[in-house]
Unconditional design. Structure first.
Length: 434
């Protein structure tokens, strides 16, 4: 089943595979300026002028429902139900229907079907409509408005609290932290007085907010102004999208700095630490990251599960084998991710389990360790190379769009809508929202 969105007069339409900042603008031939795209909104399929609606029946799918059962409960006539199913079958995959999907059925004065609209979410709507003596079914085109928003702020007690004080969604907070997951540890390196900036997309349909798009730019600086991290969203010519430094280095590295980006460091790597329960001095060859029970834990790097079970004081533990002799250890989990087992291959940032306090633990936290060739290392002291570096035409285009973005930000205030555009979401393409 196709679904999606497209920008008029542009060849690339995927927001999760766009051309960096250019997808907010259209480039004039022979000029270096970017100008707004002009599009016209597409209305939902309209009935013929002669058609007169006598009754509209609305309904919603409940858990365990089929579409047929939901229509029957809403008292849609039997013959109409079959007409709707037979026609929508050509464009709607009934296996993908979910609770809270909504529908409406328009009937004429004889109780015959004029139109049925089925909506799985604001981006996916399907219509059966009567045209002359037949019915036409299709996935609708959806007009959307996208606002590019810039916000800056200063850290007070924590990054999370500072974002919340600006009424920013937790989705943005975690996505912002995720951009710097290989460069910054927000458990240990955040201090009051640090600054941050974020440029992101907000999607609207008929003036109703429906979700966040890409974070186009992210910046985090320490209070001295000497240590600054920046991430700029860009898509290479091969279609790979990521955030890159102004110099063209991918922010992602082979290992994350922390598998729980918004946790709180409660115990450092040490060769001599007094155990909080046993009271004896012994090495602590990892770091403890406190977070609420059930907080997701990510795999720090690509690898294979070599242990998934219960191990002494570590309680429920996962061990992942990585290339070049590396292993990572995740202890005190409350539970494992569904389907996790020995031998399973995982990708960086896959959820492998959830924070808990199993084993010997004074409270919910993650005991995180990393070893190379069986020698444990301080996870926060290791340095890893970027996964990729832009060059050639990719770097040239990245530099051009970055310069244009920076010029806009120089003129912006601490909180401002930089740009508003509209486009048509067409069935053959897709977009990705946070």
């Amino acid at each position: 089943m196709a679904c999606g969105g497209v920008y008029l007069e542009q060849s690339s339409s995927r927001l999760d595979n766009n051309d960096g900042f250019k997808n907010n603008f259209q480039e004039k031939r022979g000029q270096n300026t970017l100008v707004p795209l002009a599009v016209q909104a597409v209305s939902p399929p309209a009935l013929p002028l002669a058609a007169k609606i006598s009754e509209t029946i609305t309904g919603e799918l409940l858990p365990g429902d089929t579409f047929m059962a939901a229509m029957k409960r809403a008292e849609v006539p039997d013959s109409v139900r079959h007409q709707i199913i037979n026609n929508l079958n050509s464009c709607l995959d009934f296996r993908r229907l979910r609770p809270r999907d909504i529908f409406s059925v328009d009937l004429d004065e004889d109780g015959e079907l004029l139109r049925c609209i089925y909506e799985t979410d604001p981006l996916h709507r399907y219509t059966v409509i009567k045209r002359d003596d037949t019915f036409v079914a299709a996935q609708d085109e959806i007009p959307l408005q996208v606002k590019t928003v810039s916000i800056s702020g200063t850290v007070t007690s924590s990054l999370f609290a500072s974002f919340q004080s600006l009424n920013l969604s937790p989705k943005l907070i975690y996505s912002f932290a995720d951009i710097f997951a290989s460069r910054l540890d927000f458990n240990t390196e955040t201090q009051p007085g640090d600054s941050f900036s974020i440029v992101y997309e907000e999607y609207y349909q008929n003036d109703k907010f429906i979700g966040f798009g890409n974070i186009l730019y992210a910046k985090y600086g320490d209070k001295s102004g000497q240590e600054v991290q920046e991430g700029i969203y860009h898509t290479r010519q091969d279609g790979f999208s990521a955030h890159f430094t102004p110099g063209g280095e991918e922010l992602g590295t082979s290992f994350l700095r922390s598998p729980v980006p918004m946790g709180r460091l409660t115990s450092k790597f040490s060769w001599r630490r007094k155990h909080p329960i046993l009271g004896v001095i012994r090495p602590h060859l990892g770091v403890d990251l406190a977070a609420p029970t059930g907080t997701p834990i990510m795999a720090s790097a690509d690898g294979k599960i070599v242990f998934c079970g219960v191990r002494g004081g570590f309680g429920k533990q996962v061990v992942i084998q990585h290339p070049n002799g590396y292993k990572t250890y995740y202890g005190h989990l409350s539970r494992f991710a569904k389907g996790l087992h020995n031998g399973l291959k995982v990708k960086q940032k896959n959820i492998i389990g959830y924070v808990g306090s199993t084993g010997r633990a004074t409270g919910p936290h993650l005991d995180y360790r990393i070893a190379q060739n069986n020698q444990f290392k301080n996870p926060f002291a290791l340095k890893f190379k970027p996964r990729s570096i832009l060059n050639g035409p990719d770097l040239a285009y990245f530099n051009q769009t970055t310069d244009q973005l920076m010029a806009m930000l120089d003129k912006s205030t601490s909180q401002q809508i930089l740009y508003v555009r509209t486009f048509i979401l067409k069935p053959q393409d897709s977009i990705t929202l946070l």
